[in-house]
Design a protein around this ligand. Structure first.
Ligand code: PLP
Length: 231
């Protein structure tokens, strides 16, 4: 059990159970292994077990890991807060950016891509569902403004939403946040916008991913339950 393989199998089982319970197909769920502060050798081992999606929080750390792990089949996700001045390091370089939360950041990403013909970038807008002052993510009422901003940048595409509920030991306390994110996606998906097609709900971590799957998550971000504790 206490090995990468054991933990991976345990999570796959939990995903299967939650999907069954919710009447969903496990094939529609993407597991993102959150590899921040985990060693390159553990990431390589998980990748060898079949996980392709790896989530990193910090631009600098991701760039180091990418250089250590050149496997073209790894899909890197940037899930941590992103400052506009770092956008140029990321735009067009990762499979998915989960943490777009200001119009300014959309402009920074879009402008970088305009100077780099051929590069495109898929993104999620992060919503601060708990309205926590210290946390990244846009306030829910600003979501339409952010989604509108993608129209200016043909190389950027917004494919969904992400949230990070307030920390808690009780997984049930995340449920209302997951539900809010799903409702926001359903509401905004009714409106046609250039460069926006909302289908991904990135929500749920080690503690609360079963609840997230019940509430419609299509992408879960799992760190410690997969890798063990971070260094
Ligand atoms: C660290 C982190 C995770 C994973 O957290 P665990 O509790 O280790 O599963 C998921 N999403 C984000 C944004 C994170 O920063």
């Amino acid at each position: 059990m206490d090995t990468l393989l054991g933990r991976y199998q345990w999570i796959q089982q939990r995903i299967a159970e939650s999907c069954k319970h919710a009447g969903r197909d496990p094939k529609e769920i993407t597991l993102v292994a959150v590899s921040k502060r985990q060693s390159a050798s553990d990431i390589a081992a998980l990748h060898a077990l079949g996980i392709q999606d790896m989530g990193e929080n910090y631009v600098q750390e991701w760039r180091q890991k990418r250089d250590l792990l050149p496997q073209p089949t790894i899909r890197w996700h940037l899930i941590g807060a992103l400052q506009s001045n770092k956008a140029r390091w990321v735009a067009g370089q990762v499979a998915l950016v989960h943490s777009i939360d200001t119009v300014r950041l959309i402009h920074a990403m879009g402008e970088k891509l305009q100077r780099s013909p051929g590069l495109t970038q898929e993104c999620l807008v992060q919503v601060n569902t708990g309205r926590e002052p210290q946390k990244s993510g846009c306030r829910p009422e600003l979501l339409p403004v952010l989604l509108d901003a993608f129209a200016s940048y043909p190389s950027l595409r917004c494919v969904g939403l992400m949230c990070l509920p307030p920390a808690s030991d009780d997984p049930e306390s995340s449920r209302s946040h997951f539900r809010l994110l799903r409702e926001l996606l359903q509401d905004e998906a009714k409106r046609e916008r250039p460069q926006v097609s909302l289908r991904v709900l990135s929500m749920g971590m080690s503690q609360d991913f079963s609840v997230a799957l019940e509430e419609g998550a299509t992408m879960i971000r799992i760190g410690t339950a997969l890798f063990g504790n971070r260094s």
